[in-house]
Design a protein around this ligand. Structure first.
Ligand code: FES
Ligand SMILES: [Fe+2]
Length: 449
């Protein structure tokens, strides 16, 4: 392995293969990207009550998030200040204190050291030192509309600025869809693991040339399902979306992709395309004319939203047509599908994807069931779609080990981008957002050098 000059590994429209394959680059990414950016930690509904806690990863670091008795949310490194053991082995729970399993040092939910067995074994001044021997808070903790983020860097952009207007709009829309104005993360999650680099997933989720090709089987199965169903039979969301993977390239080019600051991005126009072929404009059993989330009680749901927001704002909320808002480096938000996905890279060639569904407080239970059904169809090991993606990521990882050519090509759509107030916009089949992700990668990797 030669000297690493990250500056030379990313050019405006091509990327060196070491960016995906080199374990030393991966270690630098964990330090300079995942050690610096705001990363999703969890949702406030996981710590509603005082003493509620959950344990998660922030980058590769183990973290406890808890609600203290004063009502504030706190986050600490899950590491005992005595001799380093993970203090909390449970994934979640409720407790007034955390007790280390090794020698029972005990900490309050504010992280303070409140108990040490066999105190007489320590010197006289130990009591004064106890203030410095609490759990170590993570460098920064903040939230937006109930979504909690942490950063391992003490300095940097605020979370509000890091997300920016367009990403915050996706969170706003997510919460606005709840008639009671709040979300509830649902129990459990779906985890998929693939033996390939994490960046293939964030590139792929907005690569709009691959769906009709790589997912042709899912397109075919969806078409057959529709041919075999009655005209007035409700179409499951998964069938709508999987079938729409088979759009012609000209139609994909009517979808728009947006490249934003910090490597974030989103696509707009896809959900409408997924729905437009089977929604009658005056069909009041749907959410307006362009929403494909289908469940019993949707009219009552819409009425509840109107009661909260008024008709005009409700139509606006339900028509919000965003698919895959990606918060660089590792979070995907889909408000209309009531889901988020988080990438957890564990090695240069291994990545976990954690998928969560949220209930919309005040919506009928069937709405949550529809969202879980979609997530299961789309983002579980049983999916007929993401399994294609993960298979191809592993083929790329294997393919990159062969041959003398070092560079991957990202030139599609170069020079055809249009400037917007918040970034750049391009047609669906452009590779603009991937170039933008690698620009962010380079900025992180070089700035911290
Ligand atoms: S390592 Fe935690 S009490 Fe000793
Ligand atoms: Fe895909």
């Amino acid at each position: 392995m030669g000297e690493i000059n990250v500056q030379e590994l990313v050019e405006p429209s091509r990327v060196h293969r070491r960016v995906y394959t080199d374990p030393a680059i991966f270690a630098l990414e964990m330090d300079r990207i995942f050690g610096k950016a705001w990363l999703y930690l969890g949702h406030e509904s996981q710590v509603r009550q005082r003493g509620d806690f959950f344990v998660t990863l922030l980058g590769r670091e183990n973290v406890i998030v808890t609600r203290h008795s004063d009502g504030s949310v706190r986050a600490f490194h899950n590491r005992c200040p005595h001799r380093g053991a993970l203090v909390c082995a449970d994934r979640k729970g409720n407790t007034p204190r955390f007790v280390c399993p090794y020698h029972a040092w005990t900490f309050g939910t504010d992280g303070r050291l409140i108990g040490v067995p066999h105190r007489q074994g320590y010197e006289q001044g130990f009591k004064d030192r106890m203030g410095d021997l609490g759990l170590e808070p993570i460098a920064r903790l903040d939230g937006y509309r109930g979504f909690l983020f942490g950063s391992l860097a003490a300095e940097g952009q605020s979370l509000f600025d890091f997300l920016g207007d367009d990403v915050r709009a996706a969170f706003d829309n997510f919460v606005d869809r709840a008639p009671d104005g709040d979300l509830e993360i649902s129990e459990g999650k779906l985890v998929q693991t693939f033996n390939a680099n994490w960046k293939f997933q964030i590139e792929n989720s907005i690569d709009l040339v691959h769906p009709p090709i790589l997912h042709s089987n899912a397109v075919q199965v969806s078409r057959e399902f529709l041919e075999g169903s009655e005209p007035d039979q409700p179409v499951p969301t998964a069938v709508d979306i999987f079938r729409s993977n088979g759009l012609a390239f000209e139609e994909w080019d009517e979808v728009r992709q947006y490249a934003l600051a910090n490597g974030h991005c989103y696509m707009k126009g896809f959900l409408q395309k997924a729905d437009e072929s089977d929604a009658a404009p005056d069909d009041d059993s749907r959410f307006g004319s362009d929403d494909q989330m289908q469940f019993e009680g949707q009219l009552a749901y819409k009425q509840a939203l109107i009661a909260r927001h008024g008709r005009e704002k409700t139509e606006e909320i339900l028509a919000f047509d965003r698919h895959n808002t990606i918060v660089y480096p590792n979070l995907f938000i889909n408000p209309r599908l009531q889901q988020i996905r988080v990438l957890q890279p564990t090695a240069a060639d291994r990545t976990e994807q954690h998928c969560y569904v949220f209930g919309l407080r005040g919506a009928p239970p069937a709405a949550l069931h529809a969202a879980v059904a979609f997530l299961t169809a789309a983002n579980s090991p049983a999916s007929i779609v993401t399994t294609d993606d993960h298979e191809v990521f592993e083929r790329i990882q294997a393919g990159l080990a062969s041959g003398d050519r070092d560079w991957l090509d990202l030139t599609r759509g170069v020079g055809r981008e249009v400037r917007t107030p918040t970034g750049l916009q391009a047609v669906g089949t452009s590779e603009l957002v991937m170039r933008n992700q690698h620009l962010a990668w380079k900025n992180y990797m070089v700035a911290a050098a």
